[in-house]
Design a protein around this ligand. Structure first.
Ligand code: PEP
Ligand code: MG
Length: 538
């Protein structure tokens, strides 16, 4: 028996047979062809089949997930129609007399490398989409010889997995996923979270062919992997699985209240889609503390318009009629780029035109989103929150644009609300220092500890090499939080913490001690955070 410890990305227990998943390598198809015309015809047939298959994937994804997740496949479909991409494949067949499979794999590796070499995180993530598209094309060229549907229950172990692989495997028999490469922010993680599929990333895992068919047990919350686990490990994990289900049911049904030193503690959810809201509700969230609205703008060639956003926000509110739902307005720039809205290259994008700066620099786009939110607000009790604030002056400009948006709706005779609670994100040192003044402007503050740690410690949150320096439990960050708690208390406004620090159960005692009463975490962490708070409770 061999055990591994990786990074737990999606919580959940799974025990099952290992299914090794492999994509073909370029070298396997290195032979040359004589009849290039026949090879080109094969390619065209495969392209046609791949487009049909991708249309099905889009439909499947739309049924399974919400728009922002389904958009991954829509963007991939566009790649299959990209003339530059196809032209390069055809050239490799015609001039170098390569097989269609080789030409596809070689071309996609070329583009994947180009994207990987880019500085921007979102552009780098496109390399995975290119590989996903090429693996579908290869499958079509091999006429189903490499069909990967999982026919019996199993845990998929792979070097890496792409969104399309997941759809190929099918949800039916999929118990869990273990990959050597991936991250919490990858498309794979987004989809696995939506499917409630335990996921662990474990770079140390030895993927040997002998693993196939062996039993694997995994704890997606802790990142633990057991190969051929003994019966006591299996029993322990099964008990934990039961406990998770039980806690989910109890918490969801009773909405049990948590108190710490006489103060009610609430655990809300950070979400980015309707599916996330459903999951958060199932896990017994006390509301939505952060709706990252930019996620529905990502991975799309065309920006959503006011009507689409209005419909979307209305649906979200209909799911949460009696609990708070905080919509954070568009927070793009830096690591979050929108394909449909190319931003100018900046030397230091994290210190550039991002968050509220971007919205204030693009007032028409900002007002379009505000109008959609004000209109949808008629359906529920939302609050609006603004990211990356650094001055009181910015708040004045936001309020002026809000008034303009409301006036436009009035003029158009459309129903809307303009009495929504407003909140500001405290995620820059400037906002901490100005917290008392900012608090006087709005109804609540919310600490974004991810960016607050980044800017306080001058450590890029995206830089893996700075993992040790990017410490959101650093005493300087804790002092910033403490100062903000005091400012919110003095000014009598609400306060929450919505960065990743809120889900860190080791940090919870200190956070509660500082006086925080509202935590907002990803839906998959609600149960463990509530469980930890219950241990610390009165
Ligand atoms: C944060 O910065 O802590 C935060 C919650 O916002 P995001 O992670 O979306 O930047
Ligand atoms: Mg932030």
């Amino acid at each position: 028996m061999k055990d591994y410890k990786g990074e737990g990305i999606v919580e959940g227990i799974a025990i099952g047979k290992i299914f090794l998943y492999q994509r073909p390598a370029v070298g396997e198809f290195e032979q040359h062809v004589q009849d290039t015309a026949a090879e080109l015809a094969r390619l065209r047939r495969a392209l046609q089949q791949a487009v049909e298959e991708m249309t099905l994937r889009c439909e499947k994804a739309q049924a399974l997930y919400e728009k922002d997740q389904a958009a991954i496949f829509e963007a991939q479909k566009l790649m299959l129609e990209d003339q530059e991409f196809i032209g390069r494949i055809e050239e490799s067949i015609l001039h170098d007399k390569r097989t269609a499979v080789y030409a596809v794999l070689q071309t996609s590796e070329f583009y994947a490398d180009v994207f990987l070499g880019m500085e921007d995180e979102l552009m780098r993530s496109k390399s995975a989409d290119i590989r996903d598209v090429s693996s579908l094309l290869v499958r079509c060229l091999s006429q189903g010889q490499t069909d990967h549907k999982l026919l019996s229950p199993g845990i998929v172990v792979a070097d890496s997995l792409l969104p399309g692989d997941l759809l190929e495997l099918g949800r039916e028999n999929l118990l869990g996923l273990v990959v050597r490469h991936g991250s919490a922010s990858s498309h794979l993680a987004v989809l696995a979270t939506g499917m409630s599929l335990p996921l662990i990333v474990c770079p140390d895992l030895d993927i040997e062919p002998t693993l196939e068919g062996k039993t694997l047990a995994m704890d997606g919350g802790e990142g633990l992997i057991f190969i051929e686990p003994d019966s006591s490990t299996q029993t322990l994990l099964k008990e934990k699985a039961q406990e998770l289900i039980y806690r989910k049911q109890v918490l969801a049904s009773t909405g049990q209240k948590l108190c710490y030193q006489g103060r009610r503690i609430e655990v809300l959810a950070n979400v980015g889609s309707i599916e996330d809201i459903r999951q958060a509700l199932q896990a017994g969230c006390d509301g939505i503390g952060l709706f990252r609205t930019e996620l529905s703008f990502l991975g799309r060639r065309h920006l959503p318009d006011e009507e689409e956003l209005f419909e979307y926000y209305s649906q979200c509110l209909e799911l949460m009629p009696d609990r708070p739902l905080v919509f954070r307005t568009l927070d793009i720039g830096s690591d979050k780029q929108i394909e449909g809205l190319p931003l100018p290259q900046e030397a230091n994008p994290a210190l550039g035109c991002r968050g509220i700066r971007f919205c204030l620099a693009h007032p028409d786009l900002f007002k379009m989103q505000l109008r959609a939110l004000l209109r949808a607000a008629v359906k529920g009790q939302p609050a609006l929150m603004f990211p990356m604030i650094t001055s009181v002056e910015e708040v004045g400009r936001i309020k002026a644009l809000l008034r303009e948006a409301a006036d436009q709706l009035k003029e158009a005779g459309l129903p809307y609300r303009d009495d929504l609670p407003l909140g500001l994100m405290i995620e820059t040192p400037a906002a901490v220092v100005l917290a008392p003044e900012l608090a006087r402007e709005v109804s609540f503050l919310s600490i974004g500890s991810n960016d607050l740690a980044q800017y306080t410690l001058a450590a890029d949150r995206e830089n893996e090499a700075l993992a040790a320096e990017f410490n959101d439990r650093h005493p300087a960050v804790m002092k910033m939080i403490s100062f903000t708690v005091e400012a919110a208390r003095q000014e009598g406004v609400g306060l929450s913490l919505c960065g990743e620090l809120a889900r860190d159960v080791e940090a919870l005692p200190q956070l509660l001690q500082l006086g925080l009463t509202r935590l907002s975490v990803s839906p998959s962490r609600i149960i463990s955070v509530k469980a930890k708070i219950r241990q610390l409770c009165d």
